[in-house]
Design a protein around this ligand. Structure first.
Ligand code: F6R
Ligand code: MG
Ligand code: MG
Length: 372
């Protein structure tokens, strides 16, 4: 059977206003190009949306991961949308298109990518999570909880097909290395890594060898791990990660995939990519970054995949069940903001994406005295 590919490719091509949202004219341009691509059978289906200032392209096709035609299509959308952004004088037009020359893949050029290739089951629920004003490590805790924490996912204990646990692919994004770890056996070792979320990030999750319903070589979750800072060599905005998670029938149920987001955990990003703050689960309508350019937000778009078609999305956080998490996020945001320029609201200087510290130190160079 042909395997389907879901590609979620995203970029900030200009904000409206500031870094708050995506202008409707940008989404319209993206929709026009992808409608043509669907009519020419390059993709089977698509959905375009804005989350904060990021343009999100969710596409179904049969061409696999890192396909030149699909990435070329996304690159064309991002460049043509940048032209629209320039005409409208949107803020930071083309912000995430860091390199000019497309050479077969958008990876390494600035946009973020989460792609997943799998054999479609009889019923195939999939959730696209999209974040703004934070970085890939923001996914570590929720993905860990979905696939490894029995206090989150009851199925790990009571569903015989999940009892074996899952296999995690963890990337060291500083040294460009990866390691595969089996949970529950290696849970403590894995937590030792992924707790350092600015360096070790979960890239993919797989069923383990022997899963009664699913092949061990087809991922069940995939997260974008691009670090814009690494691409550009200087601060150019946060990475604003996205992730795709499959659910049900030997995988965490939809509700187990959504359960971790009841905790507005602390992520780095927010104002100037240099602050810690709570991540707030919001509806599509509230996917706009306002207060102190945030707080960082996440939306959940639910789909049923059928022969490459994306039925949906359902706006999964548009639900009073997430009101308490949003209220808690606001309480935490107030508390954190009261720290102003002090850590741990402001990130430690090594992790700050913009800083005047070297200049301040230079200015004070001759004035530092040795203490006896
Ligand atoms: C964070 C972000 C914003 C900007 C801030 C300053 O990822 O994009 O918080 O860093 O609005 O933006 P500039 O330097 O463009 O004025
Ligand atoms: Mg921006
Ligand atoms: Mg953004």
């Amino acid at each position: 059977m042909r395997k389907v590919t879901i590609s979620l490719l995203k970029a900030d091509v200009g904000g409206f206003p500031g870094h708050a949202t995506v202008h409707p004219g940008i989404c319209k341009k993206a929709e026009e190009i992808l409608t043509d691509a669907a009519e020419s059978d390059i993709i089977t289906d698509f959905h375009v949306m804005g989350v904060g200032d990021d343009l999100e392209l969710i596409m179904g096709h049969y061409k696999g991961e890192n396909d030149e035609e699909i990435h070329g299509l996304a690159w064309r959308v991002f460049t043509e949308c940048t032209n629209v952004a320039k005409i409208l004088k949107l803020y930071g037009a083309g912000q995430d298109l860091l390199k000019d020359a497309f050479a077969g893949t958008v990876r390494g050029l600035g946009p973020g990518a989460s792609e997943i290739v799998f054999t479609e089951r009889t019923g195939e629920p999939l959730v696209a999570f999209m974040m703004d004003k934070t970085e890939p490590g923001a996914f570590n805790m929720p993905i860990y909880k979905m696939f490894a924490d029995p206090f989150n996912t009851a199925g790990l204990i009571i569903d015989p097909s999940m009892h074996l646990g899952f296999r995690f692919e963890v990337w060291d994004i500083k040294e460009h290395k990866r390691v595969f770890m089996e949970c529950p056996e290696e849970m403590y070792d894995m937590l030792a890594l992924i707790g350092s979320k600015s360096r070790y990030v979960i890239k993919r999750v797989y069923p383990r060898e022997g899963h009664p319903k699913l092949p061990a070589d087809e991922p069940v979750a995939s997260i974008s791990t691009e670090k814009l800072f690494e691409v550009a060599g200087e601060y150019v905005g946060k990475d604003d990660p996205v992730g795709l998670v499959r659910a049900q029938s030997g995988l965490p149920a939809l509700g187990e995939v959504l359960e971790p987001w009841t905790l507005p955990h602390i992520v780095s990003g927010w104002m100037r990519g240099s602050h810690n703050g709570p991540i707030m689960p919001v509806s599509f309508a509230n996917a706009k970054c306002t207060r102190f350019d945030g707080p960082p937000r996440v939306v959940a778009a639910g789909f049923q995949i059928a022969n490459g078609k994306l039925h949906g999305p359902v706006d999964l956080f548009d639900d009073p069940a997430y009101d308490a998490a949003r209220d808690e996020a606001n309480v935490i945001a107030n508390y954190m903001r009261r720290h102003g320029p002090f850590e741990p609201h402001r990130l430690p200087s090594e992790e700050m994406e913009y800083t005047t510290l070297p200049k301040v130190l230079k200015k004070l160079e001759g004035r530092f005295e040795l203490i006896q």
